[in-house]
Design a protein around this ligand. Structure first.
Ligand SMILES: NC(=O)c1ccc[n+]([C@@H]2O[C@H](COP(=O)([O-])OP(=O)(O)OC[C@H]3O[C@@H](n4cnc5c(N)ncnc54)[C@H](O)[C@@H]3O)[C@@H](O)[C@H]2O)c1
Ligand SMILES: O=c1ccn([C@@H]2O[C@H](COP(=O)(O)OP(=O)(O)O[C@H]3O[C@H](CO)[C@@H](O)[C@H](O)[C@H]3O)[C@@H](O)[C@H]2O)c(=O)[nH]1
Length: 446
């Protein structure tokens, strides 16, 4: 099949390359000329494991190309997929201007029947808006379908080639058959719905996952007060098939380009039909507050006096295996520390450059490696669970910190890791596991 994908962000790029891997002829279009040039030269503008190899392989096979010429690409294709951004407006609503712009450009390029699919996450009714926009500008025949995307950054290739399900929202039987055929090699789990339900299904999925995270984070906060261990609680809950183990990792809250934006957008979608989504509002509020749990722990340790202290921050990306820093919890944590008069030494294996361009330079020393960041710091805050942090030798680490204080925002270390160290160790929703805390406890019980 000849496919044009518009937008080479995560979704456009990964899905375009994977459709080529399935044997289709794919042209990926972006209006960002620098991105297109990087892609044409075999590079990848994002960090995503396995993607570059797949891109180069499919370019060499003549099935994949990149261009900024939307008109030409659309003219040559049977299926046009919109994968442009739908970022938040200040109100929380999704900004549909990129969708509208791309739809108008597609309309101009129409030269015969095509299927127009929207892969971007869009509010209910947007596919109809796209359809009307195109219909008002061309006499050519086309079918609209909603084709929401469920990939995760960091495992995007795997998620796309082995999806849990494919969702197709459509009202044309022949378009459904074509799109089912296209995805048949990936999974048998193909859910066909009407267009509005498919649009809603995407938001509902993200909102539910975000709810699980905020739920376990609140349980974690209670665990801290009653002396329970949230990781054991989550493990035990997860064995119940009705609950499941996924998305029950307590931490410093969810970030990224999807959950924060899509939860806000769904609250707005509900609001437009006079429904107050109370549960989701609480999920967002809990998530916002959870970022501050690292700060609260530092304030406890330093008696509220953060000014003049130096804090090492490990991890700037919103999760490991990505260089994406959109809505990363690290941003607000670092901003708070700097506003409090503290110095921050920050390190991330991949995301420093992206973080710098979002944050600026104020009050932060950017470090080339994890140990450089930790050296001489009053405390270390681990904010992203990159492998290299998980495997760090804690005995060595404690010797280079000014004080052996570790705030583990992702619960990566276990009691055994801390054995034979003198760390003061705080994590999320777990009793203090360090030796000092155990001695204090046994002194209390004597
Ligand atoms: N990032 C994810 O992991 C993910 C996963 C599932 C769904 N989504 C959804 O997919 C959509 C895209 O997300 P993303 O993170 O890939 O976006 P992004 O913002 O990273 O990239 C969008 C790209 O589209 C390009 N673009 C915009 N208008 C264009 C036009 N008229 N012509 C050509 N190119 C154009 C931009 O230059 C940019 O490169 C969003 O709706 C998002 O919610 C994202
Ligand atoms: O148990 C968990 C799981 C995740 N997170 C955090 O949640 C955020 C999002 O993680 P994840 O869902 O793995 O990453 P995304 O790439 O943002 O993917 C989500 O958002 C995409 C965009 O809509 C969807 O396609 C995916 O299905 C959905 O998982 C990150 O900050 C994680 O640290 C937790 O705190 N605890």
């Amino acid at each position: 099949m000849n496919i044009t994908v518009i937008g080479t962000g995560y979704v456009g790029l990964v899905s375009g390359i994977c459709y080529a891997e399935l044997g289709n002829h794919v042209v990926c279009v972006d209006k960002d000329l620098a991105k297109v040039e990087t892609l044409q030269n075999g590079g990848i503008p994002i960090y995503e494991p396995g993607l570059q190899e797949l891109s180069v392989k499919n370019m060499a096979a003549g099935r994949l190309s990149f261009t900024s010429d939307l008109n030409q690409a659309v003219k040559q294709s049977d299926l046009v997929i919109l994968a442009v951004g739908t970022p938040s407006l200040p109100s929380g609503e999704a900004n549909l201007s990129y969708i509208d712009q791309a739809a108008a450009e597609i309309a101009q390029a129409m030269n015969g029947y095509k299927i127009i699919a929207v892969k971007s996450t869009v509010p209910v009714g947007t596919n109809e808006r796209v359809r009307n926009l195109i219909r008002s500008r061309t006499m050519e025949r086309f079918d609209s379908i909603s084709l929401p995307e469920f990939l995760r950054e960091g495992s995007a290739v795997q998620d796309t080639l082995h999806p849990d399900r494919i969702v197709i929202g459509a009202d044309s039987q022949s378009a459904v058959e074509t799109i089912v055929e296209l995805h048949r090699p990936l999974t048998d789990q193909i859910v066909v719905t009407d267009i509005r339900s498919a649009e809603m299904l995407k938001y509902a999925s993200n909102a539910f996952l975000a709810t699980k995270i905020s739920f376990i984070n609140e349980i974690a906060n209670i665990c801290e007060k009653v002396g329970a261990d949230v990781t054991r609680v989550a493990e035990g809950m997860g064995y119940d098939k009705r609950i499941g183990p996924a998305f029950l990792k307590a931490g410093i809250g969810y970030g990224g380009s999807c959950f924060p934006k899509d939860t806000r957008a769904l609250i707005q979608i509900a609001g437009h039909v006079d429904y107050e989504f109370k549960l989701l509002r609480a999920v967002v509020e809990v998530n916002q507050d959870q970022r501050m749990s690292v700060i609260r722990k530092l304030e406890t340790i330093f008696d509220g006096e953060l000014q003049g202290k130096t804090f090492a921050v490990w991890g700037l990306a919103f999760k490991p295996n990505t260089d994406d820093v959109r809505e990363s919890p690290a941003l607000e944590i670092i901003q708070y520390l700097v506003r409090s008069g503290a110095y921050v030494k920050a390190y991330d294996p991949i995301a420093i450059r992206n973080f710098q361009s979002m944050y600026g330079n104020n009050g932060v020393m950017w470090c080339d490696d994890a140990l450089e960041a930790a050296t001489g710091a009053d405390a270390l805050c681990l904010l992203t669970e990159w492998d290299e942090f998980v495997h760090m030798d804690l005995k060595m680490l404690q010797t280079i910190l000014k004080k052996p204080i570790l705030i583990d925002g992702r619960n990566v270390f276990k009691e055994d890791d801390l054995a034979e160290t003198s760390f003061i160790y705080y994590s999320i929703g777990r009793p203090r596991l360090d030796q000092g805390a155990k001695e204090e406890m046994s002194a209390l019980s004597d």
